[in-house]
Design a protein around this ligand. Structure first.
Ligand code: FRU
Length: 536
């Protein structure tokens, strides 16, 4: 080919490519602004989140080569505020047919492992990762260490550190148990619906201790356990005591279908976990369909709230998710505590007396940057509240909204968001509904008409959660809305529903609603509502 014909060929190719591009319809913008994702790749479970030297580190299940599950490795990202994340090079890669499955990290300050520094020397800032090595034959527990804040890693030459020859044995979470001066690992035996506790002085040699399970939900495999102590507060926020929470993710059989996270409340003595109320049924951390593989940050200051984060997705349909591009994202991080019921010590019959309370941490970080658009401390009717909403600046596609809702005698009342219409009285083709069903005593998120829903039969759903305080008149809501998700913290953080949605970019209507009440009965009322526009 002559030089001229080569130039012409390239010019034609460029013109053709530009035209093809111009004909492409604009891609809907579902790339989250408040939530961690790693386009164009696939991600699932968060792994080993840790606070170290003033930064939050997040590792995560990553396919470095594509947007479907495979070649599992640990991706790595850092953040100063839990809101803006910077993706860094892959931390731990699949090697010799051994994939890096989920696990945790700790700071081995005292060089207990002997891997971080010469013997006898301390090693502040040294990270040790404890992860499952997954091969065709088996799953084993392994360690790796990093002395440069997670940038480069060395796999321990003596791996695996626990090898039972089992095909299903995974997701080690390790923490320092101060009361017994020992490292403790909680790890899942997925098909037995059990977790096992191991103890170690040096992160290399592990002794089996107690086991817990089967208990609660056992329809799916048990995965990604976590174990931590939380403060218990009474209804006025006063500290009472500490209890332990054992969180166990279950791959199927969740409250609204698919994978979900259950928790147990009790005491842990370093070897055994004793459940406070063995017959109290299953307790779901999150009733939405998109909360899985939760794991808490390690190494936060002892007086800091415990924070956890989860994969905002469901194994039922994760592989089919519309591309962002890329697939998978995390929930907002949440601060955790336990709360007594108002009538403590008498529990509501059949219910765990202590409620796991979750608050989006985003609000702490973001609200320093964004001011409330308007607030309304007095009770207002739905119409008044909507008039007020319409008068303010539109919250856009990404926002947080807090309010207290008294459903009155309405059968149903709540908030409709990401609507394709801005007119409260108009039926919208697209909307996501968050509300209280007073007849059933439920909080719900209805995404059956939330936008693009046809990509999986498991996706369109009305997700429901039983109210913990159905007798209460009012319910506090904190709702976080991003480009493609809604996280609802109802009953002041006791009842949580996390849900992906795929609305059109133009659907930004938001309003309160109630089903009609007969004349003379109490209408729904809204109070103390604040809107925080958080989008770019
Ligand atoms: C949970 C899980 C873990 C496993 C990882 C593999 O979502 O199945 O049990 O370690 O994903 O990616």
């Amino acid at each position: 080919m002559t030089r001229l014909s080569r130039i012409l060929l390239i010019a034609f190719a460029l013109i053709f490519a530009a035209q093809a591009n111009a004909q492409q319809p604009a891609a809907p913008d579902w790339q989250p602004q408040l939530h961690f994702s790693a386009p164009p790749n696939w991600i699932n479970d968060p792994n080993g989140p840790i606070f170290l030297n003033g930064q939050y580190h997040l590792f995560f299940q990553l396919n470095p080569f594509g947007d479907q599950w495979g070649h599992m490795s640990w991706g790595h990202a850092v953040s100063a505020d839990l809101l803006q994340w910077k993706v860094l090079p892959v931390a731990l890669r699949e090697e010799n047919g051994v994939a890096i499955f989920s696990g945790s990290t700790v700071e081995d300050r005292d060089n207990t492992s002997g891997l971080c520094a010469p013997a006898g020397q301390k090693s502040p800032g040294c990270m040790v990762a404890i992860y499952t090595g997954n091969s065709q034959e088996k799953q084993t527990q392994n360690i790796a260490y990093s002395t440069d804040a997670g940038t480069t890693w060395t796999k321990f030459a003596g791996n695996p550190v626990i090898d039972l020859g089992l095909k299903a044995f995974r997701d080690p979470k390790v923490f320092w148990h101060a009361a017994s001066s020992s490292w403790v690992m909680v790890v899942a035996l997925p098909n037995d619906h059990k977790v096992r506790f191991y103890r170690s002085a040096n992160l290399r040699q592990w002794q089996a201790a107690g086991e817990f399970g089967p208990s609660g939900a056992v329809a799916g495999e048990w995965e990604c356990p976590d174990l931590f102590e939380l403060p218990v507060r009474d209804y006025n926020g006063n500290y009472q005591e500490n209890r332990w929470v054992l969180s166990v993710n279950v791959s199927a059989g969740g409250p609204n279908g698919g994978s979900a996270d259950q928790y147990f409340v009790g005491m842990f003595d370093g070897s055994r976990f004793n459940l406070d109320h063995p017959d109290s049924g299953t307790h779901w951390a999150d009733w939405g369909k998109d909360f899985y593989a939760s794991t808490s940050f390690s190494n936060l200051a002892p007086d800091h709230d415990r924070l956890w984060i989860a994969w905002m997705d469901n194994w039922q349909y994760a592989a089919k998710l519309p591309s962002l591009p890329g697939r998978g994202e995390m929930t907002v991080p949440r601060a955790l505590s336990l709360r007594q019921p108002p009538t403590h010590p008498a529990p509501t019959p059949g219910q765990e007396p202590l409620a796991l309370v979750q608050k989006p941490v985003l609000s702490v970080a973001a609200h320093q940057k964004y001011r409330a658009m308007f607030g309304a401390p007095q009770y207002q009717t739905i119409e008044e509240a909507n008039a007020r909403l319409a008068k303010g600046k539109a919250p856009g596609r990404v926002f947080e909204l807090r309010f207290e809702l008294d459903p009155g005698e309405a059968a149903e009342a709540g908030l409709r968001l990401r609507r394709s219409s801005n007119e409260p009285n108009e039926r919208a083709l697209e909307e996501t509904i968050v509300g209280i069903d007073t007849e059933k005593g439920q909080i719900f998120v209805d995404r059956t008409r939330s936008g693009k829903t046809d990509w999986s039969p498991e996706f369109p759903a009305r997700m429901t959660a039983p109210m913990r305080h159905s007798q209460a008149q009012t319910t506090r809501f904190d709702i976080v809305v991003d480009e493609n998700s809604v996280e609802v913290f109802a009953e002041d953080g006791e009842t949580v529903l996390s849900s992906l949605i795929f609305p059109s970019a133009g659907s930004t209507g938001v309003d309160f609603y109630m089903t009609p009440v007969p004349p003379g009965s109490e209408p729904a009322r809204v109070r103390d509502f604040e809107v925080f526009p958080l989008g770019k």
